[in-house]
Design a protein around this ligand. Structure first.
Ligand SMILES: [Zn+2]
Length: 61
């Protein structure tokens, strides 16, 4: 996979900058992802501190 993931919020990105954390580093070294549709009703989203729907990497190195 050629996508990047933000090291700060774990959002999966098509570009090298995270729109939410422009200061954060991005990485190609990430594993697994989860699609969060309803952060309010998702336990994983709460655990990961995700507030906005989207695709998130489970692990970012
Ligand atoms: Zn981010």
């Amino acid at each position: 996979m050629s996508d990047f993931a933000c090291k700060e919020c774990h959002l999966i990105l098509d570009e090298k900058t995270c729109p939410r954390c422009p200061e954060a580093e991005v990485s190609r070294e990430w594993q697994g992802y989860i699609e969060i549709l309803n952060p309010e009703s998702s336990d994983i989203a709460k655990e990961m501190g995700i507030l906005t729907p989207g695709r998130y990497a489970l692990r970012v190195r």
